[in-house]
Design a protein around this ligand. Structure first.
Ligand code: ADP
Ligand code: ZN
Ligand code: ZN
Length: 750
């Protein structure tokens, strides 16, 4: 708990106001009682009228002369309102992950819409879709009507869109909209009511149409969670079950239970999995009690969902990481599906992990926390082993469907027998069979976290840092660099293990894969999904839907294709370069690879027909590959955990990255050095182990140099204490051109 003589207060708590707190004196009578997040009464303005405000910080540092400062009158009566909890959450984020209180508050509070008038107008298609499409055709061939074509195209796809979006995203002028309205093609509707981002979902007579009988395993989870909740002992649970084992049904049953108890629920899913399919499943059951939050909503739409949540107009929110901060006053349940996903970690300060923040938040409300995954994070499984999470297994696929047959193809052998292409002979054979049978295949190029590692095509040997056991990355000028400790060596011409000259980085991308497939199988219809082809807002959904509709034989893509949609007609999955993510140069590479391979393998054979999976690799003996092929999570966990213990990587220990951004390279390195020394000094040798500083993997972004060091410790508290000491030092020093960022238990290297 913070102590101090002054309190920073905001009256009318909102995202926009947190930059301008007012400072008040804390009277002696409240000195030990006041806490961040409390609602208090203060004299305000010239007339000193009494208003309520919130404490957002307590300090000994006065911002102005003490005699000019007013004094807090009293603490408000009654329960802590949701705003108080939001502030408490922000204070925890600040403490746990490091950032300013203002940034933390902005993370937690939704930004208010600015232009209500404009945003509450919607453009709806009035003409029939056929008419609109005909007009669209005509507009497309005329250069002067490009704006019209853009608008019509969007309207044909979506039926309606917000006026503001038409202006901003499509760059359509009000004049164009007006003309089309005059011609009866569209109407502009003004709305005062809250924007419901899923109003386009098929209307449902509040659920109930299809209730499944839960299996014994499913029932046990639901029973236990609700019983604990009713006994006033809400707990944290991990549901470990492969895709299709009925986790979502369990979540829905739990939500139903919470609604019956007058409680509300937050369901986090990775943004990439937030598809129409997923949302439709929840709306089919819960109707208008459900809403969504995601990055494609406008600020106004997001704000509205939060207002509706606060007022109790909705009880269930589905969304990615940030949906955790939906201000439900009666929160009873938080679900985090695919809890292992890296996207649950924020990439900007405060760099919080939604799983940890959810546990904290659940504590404030006495809510239950349910994590679900087919491949739990090492963190969660470890917590379960230690009894900090209660673990449940869902062991079967409920829709029938056998697990796929997995082949591991050793690409070193392919090279030996003269096959230098990116496809193994087995994969080509099976692809040909699929094309003949008219079945679908997916080809997955695993480029996640790819860092330019160097490996031997003949023996699979990977160039690694002798100190950190992570892969070295190829840099310009023929150097190989370790991004943890800065170790460097010249590039090699021959493999140190076998002497082969085929030692190099991997360069193929999805585009080349598609080209080669077209050359090998001219008759095949292909679709490609990667960052390039999904730049447009709904292109994701469009590609997946057309593949689902059988419009292509082979879908080629990056990790995007292994999540979300279910494709019952896919009977073959090829994983082209399993190794790429194995050597991302950070300690989670093995875990990420195992997860990706398992997920990708799970794509094949979801329907009636059995599936086959081909994993191509230069390292068939790597434990991530072996256990993924065997679909053995437990085996993988044991071996990976042993490695983390051996090298004191999380979750066996904790790790903090300290990133220094600077204008001058030297100045950045020198500040990083000073901070590293201070961190070691404050905690005492032995309590803290410092690695680095070294230039980051991406050593410069824009005109900012990036230096980084890592501190490891068995205790999270030690790392937090070190961070606070560094923050204090920076507060005193106030470096002019350098900024410092902290990342607790980082998900990847810098
Ligand atoms: P997961 O979330 O683990 O992928 P889902 O809850 O989506 O699993 O369930 C997979 C499929 O199995 C869905 O089609 C779902 O309707 C069905 N299912 C789930 N539970 C049952 C059950 N108890 N009986 C029959 N079918 C079920
Ligand atoms: Zn070799
Ligand atoms: Zn190293």
């Amino acid at each position: 708990m913070m102590t101090g003589r002054y309190a920073d207060i905001i009256v009318d708590i909102s995202h926009e106001n947190v930059d301008r707190p007012f400072q008040y004196r804390i009277p002696d009578s409240l000195r030990d009682k006041l806490e961040t997040g409390m609602r208090i009464v203060v004299p305000f303005g010239g007339g000193n009228r009494e208003v309520e405000g919130y404490v957002i910080g307590i300090t000994d540092r006065a911002k102005c002369a003490e005699d000019k400062m007013k004094e807090i009158l009293r603490i408000s009566d009654g329960d802590i309102p949701i705003e108080g909890i939001q502030i408490k959450m922000a204070a925890w984020l600040r403490y746990q992950y490091g950032s300013t209180m203002i940034t933390a508050l902005k993370t937690v509070l939704p930004a208010r819409k600015r232009t209500r008038g404009l945003q509450s107008r919607r453009i709806c298609l009035k003409a029939s879709e056929r008419e609109a499409r005909e007009l669209l055709k005509k507009c497309r061939v005329r250069k002067t009507q490009a704006a019209r074509a853009r608008l019509l195209e969007r309207l044909c796809e979506e039926g309606e869109l917000s006026y503001e979006r038409a202006l901003r995203e499509l760059a359509v002028s009000p004049g164009v909209i007006h003309t089309l309205e005059k011609n009866g093609i569209l109407t502009v509707v003004s709305e005062d009511r809250y924007r419901d981002p899923i109003s386009h979902a098929a209307p449902t007579p509040d659920g109930e149409e299809k209730r499944l009988v839960l299996s014994g395993e499913q029932q046990r989870i639901v029973r236990d969670v609700l019983a604990d909740y009713d006994a006033g002992k809400p707990d944290r649970y991990l549901v470990h079950g492969i895709t299709g084992s009925g986790k979502t049904e369990v979540y829905m049953e739990l939500i139903a239970g919470m609604l019956a108890r007058g409680r509300q629920a937050i369901v986090l899913i990775p943004e990439i999995a937030l598809t129409y399919q997923t949302v439709a499943r929840f709306t089919a059951r819960f109707g208008k009690r459900v809403s969504v939050l995601h990055s494609r909503l406008s600020a106004g739409e997001k704000y509205d969902q939060c207002e509706r949540a606060k007022k109790g107009e909705i009880d269930i929110i589905i969304g990615p990481r940030s949906a955790l901060f939906t201000p439900f006053p009666r929160l009873g349940l938080i679900v985090i599906d695919e809890e292992h996903e890296a996207s649950y970690k924020s990439e900007t300060a405060p760099r919080y992990h939604a799983r940890e923040a959810a546990a904290e938040l659940a504590g404030y409300f006495g809510a239950s926390l349910v994590l679900g995954s087919a491949t739990p994070s090492l963190e969660s499984y470890y917590a379960a082993q230690q009894g900090r999470l209660r673990k449940y297994e869902l062991s079967r696929r409920l829709t029938g469907g056998e697990l796929a047959k997995v082949y591991v193809e050793d690409m070193r052998e392919e090279l030996k027998s003269g096959n230098r292409s990116i496809f193994s002979r087995r994969l080509l054979q099976l692809l040909a069979k699929r094309l003949e049978a008219g079945e679908q295949s997916m080809l997955f190029l695993n480029r996640r976290g790819y860092a330019g590692f160097v490996s031997c095509r003949a023996c699979g040997h990977v160039m690694k840092c002798p100190h950190c056991d992570v892969s070295l990355s190829e840099h310009g000028g023929g150097r190989l660099v370790c991004h943890y400790c800065g170790y460097e060596q010249p590039a090699v011409k021959r493999c140190p293990a076998c002497g082969s000259k085929y030692i190099l980085g991997f360069r193929a991308g999805t585009e080349q894969v598609e080209e080669q497939i077209r050359r090998l199988f001219p008759q095949a219809r292909t679709l490609r999904m990667d960052a390039d082809t999904t730049r447009r807002k709904d292109s994701h959904e469009v590609i997946l839907t057309s593949f689902l509709g059988g419009k292509a034989d082979i879908l080629i893509g990056t990790q995007m294709i292994v999540k979300g949609h279910d494709f019952p007609d896919v009977t073959l999955v090829g994983i082209l370069a399993a190794d790429l993510s194995l050597h991302a140069g950070d300690y989670r590479a093995g875990e990420r690879t195992f997860q990706l391979l398992t997920q990708a393998a799970g794509r094949a054979g979801r329907g009636e027909k059995p599936g086959e999976v081909v994993i191509q690799t230069y390292q068939p003996e790597h434990h991530a590959v072996r256990y993924a092929a065997a679909q053995d999570y437990k085996g993988f966990y044991e071996e990976e955990m042993a490695y983390r213990r051996l090298l004191s990587y999380p979750p066996a220990a904790h790790m903090m990255a300290v990133l220094v951004l600077s204008k001058e390279e030297e100045a950045g390195m020198s500040l990083a050095g000073e901070l590293a020394q201070r961190a070691a000094g404050v905690c005492g040798e032995g309590a803290l182990h410092i690695i680095g500083p070294a230039p980051a993997a991406i050593s410069r972004i824009g005109d900012r140099y990036r230096a980084v060091f890592y501190a490891r410790s068995g205790s999270a508290k030690t790392l937090i204490a070190a961070r606070e000491a560094l923050e204090e030092l920076l507060e005193r020093k106030r470096p002019q051109t350098e900024t410092v960022q902290f990342d607790f238990d980082p998900m990847s290297r810098y």
